[in-house]
Each structure stands twice: as C-alpha cells, then as structure tokens.
Design a protein around this ligand. Sequence first.
Ligand SMILES: [Zn+2]
Length: 315
Amino acid sequence: MATVNTVLGPIDTADFGFTLMHEHVLITSAGLKNVYPEFVPRDHAIAEGTRRLKEVKAAGVSTIVDLTTMDLGRDVTVIREAAEQSGVNIICATGTWLDIQRSFQNANPDDIARLYIREIEEGIENTGIRAGVIKVANDIGGVTPGGEIILRAAARAQKATGVPIITHTWSPEKVGDQQIAIFEDEGVDLNRVCVGHSNDTTDLGYLTGLFKKGVWVGMDRFPSYRPELPDWRERTRILKTLMDAGWTEKLMVSHDDPMTMLIAPKAVFDERIKRNPDHICFIARKMLPYLRELGATEADVRQITVSNPAKFFGG
Ligand SMILES: [Zn+2]
C-alpha cells in the first residue's frame, strides 16, 4: 500500500479505515489569521473540531480529508491540533476554492502549480505540514477564466507530484463535465480525480457519464443543506441506484459540513447545526443505516467508506 501525508506525518493507506472525503475543521477567509487574528476563533475551532472529531471517531471514522484551501482561510496548525487531540487522521489540502486571488487571475498556471507543489513536497507556511490532496472549485455558471487557470495549475501539480485532485462542482449545471474536459486537455489520469459535490443532483445521465470518463465520484454532501436540493434520503437512494448500476468501486462519501465557519452569517451556520445535530456523524448514524435498509451489504459499505478512499489516495 502507498503512503499519504496527513497533518501529523505520513500514514499507510492500509491504515485509513473509515474515511470521510470532504470536510472542514475551520472556514474563514484568506489572510485573516495573520492580519486580524482576533477575528478568528482559533481556540473555539480547535475545541469544537476536537469535540466533533472525537464523536465521529467513536462512530467508527478514523480519517478525514480537510479540503480547506488558502482562500478559505486554511490554518493547518488548527487542523494539526484537532488531529492531535482527537486521534483522527487528517489529510489537508493545497489548491484554491472560489475566492481566487486577483493575482492568480492573470497568472501562468505553471507559476501557481509551483506553489501547490511546494505545499505538497516541502510543506505549508513553514510548518512542515504537507498537503496530501489538491482542491479546485467551480460553481454556478461553470468554469470562469480564473477557474480555468486554477484547474490547469492543479492538473500540472497533480502530474508533477502524483497527489490526487478533489473538485468542488455545481452538479445541477453539470460542471464536472467542464472540469473533466480541462483535465483531459492537460493529460491528467482521470483515475486521480474525484468529482465532488455530485449528490446535489439526481441526474443519472450526468452521473453515469462521469463514471464512464473514469473519475471517482464524491457523494459528499450529507444531509441536504438547501431545501430546493435533494434531501438526504433522495441522496442515499441515488447512491444506492449507482451502486446497483455497478459503480460501487468508484463512489465515496462525506458531509461538507464545516465544524466552525465564519464565511456565512452566524444565523445560517446555527441553522445548519439545528438541521443536522449529528454534524459529521450523520453518515455513520443516519445515512448508512438507511443505505443498509435499502439493501446495501456490509461489503458494499466497506467498499465506499474504507477501500475506495485507500485506493483513490494510493493511486
Ligand atoms: Zn467543502
């Protein structure tokens, strides 16, 4: 098996166990932690993250992937402390989300790729903590010119390092297809790509098309977070439908439910907590029991929660 960097150092993919593929310990904004640190609830984020991670560990999860990038206010020292105190393995990310830096918008993708490669090979902000995954994001309206630069930079960093890419998409507009077209143009092995947020849609034609391209598919938003999107039972039924169609070996799950978040109004965050008191334990406590009720076997569940993340990261 292969070795992957976590915030506490390398681990073997054989030791991943139950893995959640898209989570966030703390979301703020770029630069805040350095310039206005009093605005960032660092101690609260560590305490809250640790509390939730201990709970999810008790529910059977051993590893999470934290897809917080610099433009989401990434603080790898917060993630490291939460990992240390909870005993959960955490893989952190390089890459860029939707708040693409102005300075990146006209940059050569090679110059941005070099930054990502440094965070993978040497470490992030002199901490020695190395990124284990590359994150990119394209949303409503599809891939913008700036978004394309980021996708190409991510593709080149992937090819240089072998580290996989996980994307944020807006699946109701089939944005995954646009991302795949650019990765193909860059010559990325699509088996090293996971198209995330793919359960905001129930469009089986679109989803099947993703698998046929050879990417992994992240059903990584549970429960639902907007009333106009599929609810969690619908999301679980679509997952089961795709498993029945033969795609069990390419599916992975997660919540994308931030443990502490400053970029949304507090009321929105409080509403999320109220709507999902199980937070990142939701999949273990609610979704998987329903998936079993729908007929999934223990081998199926193990495949999507344990074997697939290990294979995805192992290459
Ligand atoms: Zn996310």
